[in-house]
Design a protein around this ligand. Structure first.
Ligand code: ZN
Length: 370
């Protein structure tokens, strides 16, 4: 069975307007392309086509999510707000949650992409799948959009999987460099959804993602935050996966793994300060793929989140899809490898190890007392 690749041309038409990184044009900010623009996403598809690798994948087209499905995670008044802004001139649906004309329908298609992907793996049509969803979703809270995210694709897909297929245990792994606050909020009291976030500490949102936030009520112990110091690269991420994520996942035994795949921990990202390389993303994906194979016949859905280097995100994402498929593309070497050869991506620094060990201690301590 093949690995799936889901996208729709509309994903590249969601219009975030002018800006500079995440700021709107202003007195001193010259209008330029907004940081969350289609380029890094479109170039993923382009590279898959140019390299011929897309021929090895099962290409899937999404359907739109229904309003009812969006309301699995969002309040009706918020959904109305996005729709109204989209029908008029666009605007902000929360905090930095940009809506352009027609973005509502594209956001329905983005969430629909996550839902279609769940159907594809649950019905055994693909082995696993990468969905190039845009707009992204993991910052979106129930009542407001945030951080370029309108509807929380992954949270809705998890609720959908639970309702439609009766799944009892779903793991959501969020490796986007920013904390997946919207997804955390959605399942903070929920023991059936294990949420794990690997992110750069104090980045965005700066007040979320602390290692001490382990869930509440029945959900206590099912929320795992792994805040990593700036400068963490491949070695730190692999250490975090092996030390914290894999043991907890092995204990939880997920029936489906959903990944919030943001490639903004990459060494060239303008919105973070991490050092993961394209090959590193391949290694990370390989660990997660093996988890899925060990526990749930390989059922794994990866949904695209952030990643703001149009030059590098395509290579990071290609390596992820290669790992999911178990195949290698003709792009045998990272074209940027010479430039990053001397960086300490593969070195586990003491402060990185300490950050991971702290999470491990908190989680172990909690599990000991319960
Ligand atoms: Zn991000």
């Amino acid at each position: 069975m093949k690995t799936g690749f889901l996208y729709d041309e509309s994903y590249f038409w969601h219009d975030t307007g002018n800006g500079a990184l995440f700021l709107p044009p202003g007195e001193w900010i010259e209008a330029d392309e907004h940081g969350e623009n289609p380029k890094s996403k479109r170039r993923v598809k382009n590279l898959l086509e140019r390299s011929g690798f897309i021929k090895h994948l099962s290409v899937i087209t999404p359907r739109q999510a229904t309003r009812e499905e969006i309301e699995l995670n969002h309040t009706p008044s918020y959904v109305d707000k996005v729709k109204q802004l989209s029908n008029l001139t666009g605007g902000d649906a929360g905090e930095l949650a940009l809506v352009g004309r027609g973005s509502y329908e594209i956001a329905l298609l983005s969430t629909g992409g996550a839902i279609t992907s769940v159907d594809q793996v649950m019905e055994g049509k693909v082995h696993n799948i990468y969905a190039l969803t845009r707009p992204p979703g993991h910052h979106a809270e129930k009542e407001q959009g945030m951080g370029f995210c309108l509807f929380n694709n992954v949270a809705i897909a998890a609720n959908y999987a639970r309702e439609k297929y009766g799944l009892k245990r779903i793991m959501i792994l969020d490796w986007d460099v920013h904390h997946g606050n919207g997804t955390e909020s959605a399942f903070y009291n929920d023991p059936d959804i294990l949420f794990v976030s690997l992110h750069q500490e104090y980045n965005f949102p700066p007040d979320r993602g602390s290692a001490e936030d382990i869930g509440e009520g029945e959900g206590k112990g099912y929320n795992v935050n792994i805040p990593l110091p700036a400068g963490t690269g491949n070695a730190g991420y692999i250490y975090a996966l092996e030390t914290v994520v894999v043991p907890i996942a092995d204990h939880f035994k997920p029936e489906l793994i959903i990944v919030s795949a943001g490639q903004d921990a990459s060494v060239f990202d303008p919105l973070a300060q991490m050092m993961v390389t394209a090959d590193g993303f391949g290694m990370i994906s390989s660990v997660v793929k093996h988890l899925a194979e060990r526990h749930c016949d390989g059922r794994l859905v990866a949904c695209h989140e952030g990643g703001y280097s149009p030059s590098y995100v395509p290579f990071c994402t290609l390596r992820i899809i290669e790992s999911l498929s178990g195949l290698q593309s003709k792009v045998s070497q990272d074209p940027f490898s010479e430039a990053i050869r001397g960086l300490p991506s593969d070195v586990l620094a003491n402060n990185q190890k300490e950050a991971v060990d702290k999470v491990s201690r908190i989680q172990t301590e909690y599990r000991k007392v319960t």
